[in-house]
Design a protein around this ligand. Structure first.
Ligand code: F0G
Length: 429
């Protein structure tokens, strides 16, 4: 059976070449569907393990290593790749102790080529754009999607067009979009409005939309789960903890985990915990309200990557929560920045939104939902260099309303040997 697009609500199917992002009958979100809903002799852990460390394309990519589960049957020459994925899985005892558990694994998606997990979705999204013969691609972004799309569009010789909120984007991300030659539109509107604008303009002008509403993005992002589980020798952890913004990752994780179970790569599902910032918590509120009446929020948080009040993948994220008996938690900006300082302080580092995984784990342990002995796999979604202003602001005590509880204060010292020795004496371990 060839791959197809399928509505998650009414199950209407469409040919895979259709350039649509919602069901034409009921408006529901679309899935990419492959023939992988049962065990298949040609898909096995041994096959994927054999490809580890491959030197040649496409299997040198941590996404395309799992090609049979990502986009079976496509011609390798159409793949647009930057050898994304292949990110490290760290076991970090000091961060585990902070969160109150024995064992914590952090999968560092900030180690992707443009410094965030978006590259995994962009290799599949831009590959599909190339298959469809598109010359222009667009996205609204809080910064990482745009940085990634700009890079992959440039690789593929396409024009990237990015819709950004004025002033709010972290500097590292903005710099990438500009550097990679995308057309950068700074618009006086928040992410949610920019998302609407990007959809409307893309439809009007026939531009390919590469936000995570595009189901090909999520196919690539499933590989975070494939690769993490491979690194855990195909042993399922008790929990997967991930930040939630537009809810593309959570949705992709649910689909990827279910597919792994269906083809027999794992024998049980972990529970998914989606963590939102308190000021950008529409899924959390909806979860607490028993998923009865969804209300968008006006988002505000220091974690600008997830400053999103009306997530486009809401229904897919709810489905992922149902499949995995998952739950949703919220954390404050203070908890986010403290957890970030702890992850940074062990020499690994991440951007503010990523620290939700650690702050959320800690909170769920305190609430008794995650047990001390549970195995937890958290996802760090972005690199420490993405948002230098937030990092330096925290350590300098210059972030409004936030206490620098884990501050590494910079020291101003005179050009004087005795003075330097005295200061170092005060800081001796
Ligand atoms: N972490 C980081 C670092 C992100 O950049 C994002 C999303 C998320 C978490 C949330 O992931 O949307 O799949 O729930 N950033 C998008 C962007 C929205 O435009 O870069 P999600």
């Amino acid at each position: 059976m060839p791959s197809s697009l399928q509505c998650i609500d009414c199950a209407q199917q469409y040919p895979i070449q259709r350039q649509i992002y919602a069901c034409e009958s009921c408006g529901g979100l679309l899935d990419v569907r492959h023939d992988i809903d049962r065990p298949r002799a040609d898909i096995s852990a041994a096959l994927f393990d054999e490809r580890l460390g491959a030197l040649d394309a496409p299997y040198n990519s941590g996404v395309w290593r799992f090609k049979e589960l990502i986009y079976p049957g496509i011609d390798d020459s159409s793949i647009v790749s930057r050898m994304e994925g292949n990110t490290n899985l760290y076991e970090l005892p000091r961060v585990a102790a902070y969160a109150g558990i024995d064992s914590l694994f952090l999968k560092h998606e900030g180690e992707n080529p443009t410094g965030s997990f978006k590259d995994r979705g962009m290799t599949t999204g831009v590959t599909q754009a190339r298959i469809l013969g598109m010359t222009r691609v667009a996205c609204a972004s809080t910064g990482n999607t745009s940085a990634s799309m700009a890079s992959y569009a440039a690789r593929a010789g396409m024009q990237g067009i990015i819709f950004l909120q004025n002033q709010q984007i972290a500097l590292g991300k903005l710099a990438q979009g500009i550097a990679f030659g995308a057309t950068c539109l700074q618009i006086d509107a928040d992410f949610d409005r920019n998302m609407e604008l990007a959809r409307l303009i893309s439809e009007k002008l026939g531009i390919y939309l590469l936000n995570s509403i595009n189901p090909f993005r999520l196919e690539g992002q499933k590989s975070i789960m494939f690769e993490a589980l491979q690194q855990l020798r195909w042993q399922t952890p008790d929990w997967i903890v991930v930040p939630g913004g537009n809810l593309g990752n959570s949705s992709a994780f649910g689909k990827g985990l279910l597919e792994m179970l269906q083809v027999g790569l794992i024998d049980r599902l972990p529970r998914l915990a989606i963590i939102q910032a308190e000021g950008a918590n529409p899924l959390y509120r909806h979860f607490r309200g028993g998923f009865r009446q969804f209300e968008a929020v006006k988002a505000e948080t220091i974690a600008s990557a997830i400053k999103i009040g009306n997530p486009v993948n809401l229904q897919k994220a709810i489905r992922a929560l149902e499949w995995t008996s998952g739950l949703v938690e919220e954390v404050s900006d203070q908890q986010i920045m403290d957890a970030k300082a702890v992850v940074d302080g062990v020499g690994i580092g991440c951007e503010p939104a990523s620290a939700c995984s650690v702050a959320g784990t800690k909170k769920l342990v305190e609430r008794g939902l995650i047990k001390r002995g549970d195995t937890v796999l958290g996802v760090l979604t972005g690199h420490v260099l993405k948002d230098p202003e937030a990092t330096i602001g925290y350590h300098a005590g210059k972030l409004p309303r936030l206490q620098p509880r884990y501050a590494n204060k910079m020291l101003q010292v005179d050009d004087n040997l005795d003075e330097i020795i005295r200061v170092l004496g005060e800081r001796a371990p």
